[in-house]
Design a protein around this ligand. Structure first.
Ligand code: IPM
Ligand code: MG
Length: 355
């Protein structure tokens, strides 16, 4: 089983190192190869997604990804910015189905900014379409300068677009995921204003006819943003487009106490996948050894489950994470009185020890 390890920028290297440590104690025949991506790759090769990195990713069964980005690259021409690496990987590998679970761990109920009764037992799965929408619309703008900015320009634009097959395939993913859960799907759109999302709603409804056992409802994105903080447990599987999914998944992640806890998976049609924490590169705390590695460790568990067919090992990792939380170990982002504050490495070591 071949894994491309792409730590990236900021806290990416620290957190991925802990996940690799965890993978190494499972006794599985894993072949891991590391490559540069994002700002780190730009520094070394002048491109955020060098040919060699893309080739390694394509040849691997799965990609373990850290995070990319740093404010210091804000002046670069857009195609050279670190974020283009993750967008390029998604597009080139056809990773259209993004799973972003938001699960509230019982031990962390107090870490959320919402009242415990609102989030205790929360288990939402956001399914975000990842290779279409306004993220990949053409044309992408009208630039007057080469540094990605628009001095003196009169307008800029991005086009929102979805094709029928793109919506159909993500709708199938959502209905099938719902069948394994509580058989409810909420499709989030903006059909009251945008043609693209009236079309989205129509196509999801059509696909839904093939899943009579799954209950489907529709919600406008603004209302969904409100309901997520008002009554988050009303949701089970949420399916939405690339842009709305980007925003709602960040919102949902904070319901659980910390974005530092949440893994994600991005899959293509042949279950090849990219696995990354839901959070970003956090340059402000990079190198301090305080980042929470659990989202990345849990992403490694998702990788074993979805792309490598190692459910038992995935469950072992998830149980080990529960156990270190039960031991009271906390990185700074989830620390509260009465718990033990640990570093990035100590948290990884604790998971390894349990395993
Ligand atoms: C995410 C990130 C990315 C996105 C950025 C880094 C391009 O915010 O994975 O949610 O917008 O998709
Ligand atoms: Mg995002």
């Amino acid at each position: 089983m071949k894994i491309a390890v792409l730590p990236g920028d900021g806290i990416g290297t620290e957190i991925v190192a802990e996940a690799v440590k965890v993978l190494n104690v499972l006794g599985l025949p894993l072949e891991m190869e590391t490559a540069l991506v994002g700002g780190a790759a730009y520094e070394a090769y002048g491109h955020p997604l060098p040919e060699a990195t893309l080739k390694l990713a394509k040849e691997s069964d799965a990609i373990l990804f850290g995070a990319v980005g740093d404010w210091k690259y804000d002046k670069l021409d857009r195609p050279l910015r670190p974020e283009q690496a993750i967008l390029g990987l998604r597009k080139n590998l056809g990773l259209f189905a993004n799973f972003r679970p938001a699960i509230c761990y019982e031990q962390l109920v107090g870490a959320s900014s919402l009242k415990p009764e609102l989030i205790s037992g929360l288990d939402i799965l956001i399914i975000r379409e990842l290779t279409g929408d306004i993220y990949f619309g053409q044309p992408r703008g009208r630039r007057t300068a080469t540094d990605g900015h628009f001095p003196g320009a009169e307008e800029a634009f991005d086009t929102m677009r979805y094709s029928r097959p793109e919506i159909e395939r993500i709708a199938h993913v959502a209905f099938q995921a719902a069948r394994k859960r509580s058989k409810r799907v909420t499709s989030v759109d903006k059909a009251n204003v945008l043609e693209t999302f009236q079309f989205w709603k129509d196509v999801v409804t059509e696909v839904g006819l093939q899943y009579p056992d799954v209950e489907l409802d529709h919600m406008y994105v603004d209302n969904a943003a409100m309901q997520l903080v008002k009554a988050p447990k009303r949701f089970d599987v949420v399916v939405t487009g690339n842009m709305f999914g980007d925003i709602l998944s960040d919102e949902a992640s904070m319901l659980t106490g910390s974005i530092g806890m949440l893994p994600s998976a991005s899959l293509n049609a042949s279950n090849q996948g990219l696995y990354e924490p839901s959070h970003g590169s956090a340059p402000d705390i990079a190198g301090k050894g305080i980042a929470n590695p659990l989202a990345t460790i849990l992403s490694a568990a998702m990788m074993l489950r979805f792309s490598l067919n190692q459910e038992a090992s995935a469950l072992r990792i998830e149980a080990a994470v529960q156990k270190v939380l039960a031991q009271g170990l906390r990185t700074a982002d989830i620390y509260s009185d009465g718990t033990t504050r640990v570093s990035t490495r100590e948290m990884g070591d604790a998971v390894v020890k349990v395993l």
